[in-house]
Design a protein around this ligand. Structure first.
Ligand code: COS
Length: 383
């Protein structure tokens, strides 16, 4: 479909270039990446070489200086080919966002350039085994230690753990102060006391490693504190306001990939002497998929534009975009498997992988129940 939300000429041109790159170099790898369940270092190198791992980072720190809508276009196009691969730039933004929002100038000049070039990757550590939706219930501690801090605890569900060079870690500096007792830290993967734990065996996004990260008496210097003590929870949630819409873009990309495959299949596959696309039952399924994808895309771009304007209602729009687009992706990919019938259920076609990949978009960066909670709280205010 054409875009009612009018991308600029530059954004449309960018989309064309990225689409070609993804179709030529990433889509042919997607099935193998899923089957191997191994981080695709070749795709990381490809994205870095094309300046796509620091696209969102301001130019003064060596990045591409792209706006949020352009970043959505990138994620959508990579996810259309391979959802696992789209998490490489996606998580790079999630990990750098707390820095961009709260780090001081000296820290940004030190930490961002290797991330902008793609020489380094960074992950975001918020969730724990007992603190998922209730993120403020985290128990990871950071205690003052001489001039610096000492971190103890374990984080869970950390995307790209093990391949990342650095982690932004939310830890309690004042356990009695609830959400106001959390602080954010920049931790290097090779800092003493940091270790990567169990790698999860997942339903989808199997080429994107998800692991526990342990901090065992991990000593970091004082200048690793990001922002002020006690402001880490707000920094973490403000970062998610900027990146949940990115999950929306990923969901749109996965759904578009599934629809594109279905349309080709419906033209070719013949039953009862006719292409199955000539049956209204199939036509209406394809039409509904296209309508829902376009609606979700418009919401994602609207949230991106809200981020670019610095609107105060970004959190609401971002949560809405993530929630809507991920629900659409789950429905569209499930229908895509249905359109292909038995062929959709086996790995000869990509739609079963897309259906498995779509499921996580309803869960991570806040379950869709949490997204609805965020929207409802904005609607109702304090009760
Ligand atoms: N931006 C900045 N600050 C925010 C914020 C936002 N989007 N949302 C909340 N805050 C602030 C609040 O204003 C409050 O600060 P004050 O005490 O100074 O008023 C503080 O953060 C705590 O907020 P709140 O009381 O609403 O916290 P709750 O524990 O009730 O719940 C939710 C917050 C549930 C929204 C939050 O924990 C959440 O988003 N959970 C999901 C976590 C998540 O997405 N995890 C996935 C991680 S990536 S795999």
């Amino acid at each position: 479909m054409s875009d009612a939300f009018r991308l600029t000429d530059e954004q449309r041109e960018f989309r064309g270039v990225v689409r070609t790159l993804c179709e030529d170099k990433i889509a042919p790898r997607a099935a193998q990446i899923d089957a191997d369940a191994v981080f695709p270092h070749d795709v990381r190198t490809l994205l870095a070489a094309n300046g796509l791992l620091g696209l969102h980072i301001p130019e003064e720190y060596g990045g591409g200086g792209a706006d949020a809508v352009t970043f959505c276009v990138l994620i959508e196009e990579v996810a259309r080919a391979c959802a696992s691969s789209s998490l490489i730039p996606g998580v790079q933004k999630l990990g750098t966002m707390p820095l961009l929002l709260a780090a001081d100038e000296e820290q940004l000049r030190r930490w961002l350039p290797p991330l902008a070039s793609g020489d380094e990757l960074i992950s975001y550590c918020l969730s724990e085994a007992g603190a998922g939706s209730d993120a403020a219930a985290m128990t990871t501690r950071a205690r003052p230690d001489g001039e610096g801090w000492r971190l103890d605890g374990s984080k869970m569900w950390t995307t790209n753990a093990g391949v990342s060079d650095a982690y932004v870690v939310m830890a309690k500096t004042d356990p009695d102060a609830g959400a106001r007792g959390v602080s954010a830290f920049y931790v290097r993967a090779d800092d003493p006391g940091v270790s990567v734990g169990r790698k999860e065996d997942k339903l989808g996004i199997r080429g994107s490693p998800t692991c526990q990260v342990h901090f065992d008496g991990c000593a970091v210097p004082g200048d690793r504190l990001v922002g002020r003590p006690g402001e880490g929870f707000k920094t973490a949630l403000r970062a998610l306001d900027h990146t949940r819409l990115t999950i929306g873009a990923q969901a749109v990309g996965i759904a578009q990939g599934a629809l594109d495959h279905c349309v080709g299949y419906a033209r070719e596959r013949r039953q009862f002497g006719r292409p199955i696309g000539s049956f209204q039952a199939v036509q209406f399924m394809l039409a509904d998929m296209a309508i829902d994808i376009e609606a979700a895309r418009q919401l994602v771009y609207a949230a991106g534009a809200s981020a670019d304007r610095g609107d105060p209602d970004l959190g609401l729009l971002s949560a809405a975009a993530k929630c809507k687009a991920s629900d659409v992706a789950m429905a569209v990919t499930t229908d895509a498997v249905q359109v292909l019938g038995g062929y959709g259920y086996v790995s000869d076609h990509p739609v079963e992988r897309m259906m498995r990949d779509a499921k996580i978009t309803q869960i991570y960066e806040g379950t869709n129940q949490i997204q609805r909670l965020v929207v409802a709280r904005r609607l109702l205010g304090p009760l």
